[in-house]
Design a protein around this ligand. Structure first.
Ligand code: 3DU
Length: 215
């Protein structure tokens, strides 16, 4: 993904009409559009191809299964036109290797969740986040997902992965995180959903976040 605005739209609306309207309105401000279960379960995987015409799509399926099932999921995601997939890491190195292998075959990207941004994200992830980050680096992932709600954790994770891997960071706005703070802490991109798609003017909301970050 090319870095222009450091902003990824989390498009968690559930209908095609709204999804395309919002994506069109903000496309000049975002480097990628993240699509997850809400929209794909609402409209089918075909929405990925439509959105990919506006911006590269990250498929946030938080893939977390045995290697063979992970392989099958990633193949479907990339065949559908996604530029990248988000996987979990707690399933272990063999599962992650399977995703990275498919991504390499298709020339696409893999981002691995380290510690989640919501309050419950510290319960189980906190003790293993650094280990998962190291595994992501060892496995040749493109980058990791780290919490904008805890910039200090983004700093910790950056120390582990160095500068070769990217950090994409959700939790800005509705979850309380600040885009500027987490970019200063070492994130490459912020992921923002509700603060943009629930706004009366998604384009203005996206522009404001870009201006705040000065990335
Ligand atoms: O809170 P928002 O509405 O800005 O959306 C954040 C998005 O990022 C949403 O799609 C959510 O599923 C995803 N996400 C996290 O919020 C936290 C994580 O640790 C990983 C993904």
């Amino acid at each position: 993904m090319e870095k222009k605005n450091c902003l990824i739209l989390a498009l968690d609306v559930t209908d095609r009409e709204n999804a395309l309207r919002i994506a069109n309105e903000v496309s000049e401000y975002v480097d990628s559009i993240k699509v997850g279960y809400p929209l794909v379960l609402g409209e089918g995987l075909g929405i990925v191809k439509e959105l990919a015409e506006l911006a590269p799509v990250i498929a946030d399926f938080k893939v977390a299964d045995i290697p063979n099932t992970d392989r099958l999921i990633c193949e479907q995601v990339f065949k559908a036109g996604a530029d990248a997939v988000i996987t979990h890491g707690f399933t272990g190195r063999d599962s992650l290797d399977s995703c990275v292998k498919v991504a390499e075959e298709y020339g696409r990207d893999v981002y691995v969740v380290t510690e989640m941004s919501h309050p419950g994200g510290v319960e189980f992830f906190r003790p293993v986040a650094e280990t998962i980050a190291q595994m992501a680096a060892d496995a040749g992932a493109t980058g990791v997902v780290a919490p904008a709600t805890r910039p200090e954790r983004v700093r910790d994770i950056r120390k582990i992965i160095g500068n070769d891997l990217h950090i994409i960071s959700p939790g800005v706005g509705a979850q309380g995180g600040s885009a500027a703070d987490v970019i200063n802490a070492g994130a490459d991109w912020v992921i923002v959903g509700r603060s943009i798609y629930n706004s009366d003017s998604p384009a203005d909301a996206a522009m404001k976040i870009c201006n705040d970050m000065k990335c």
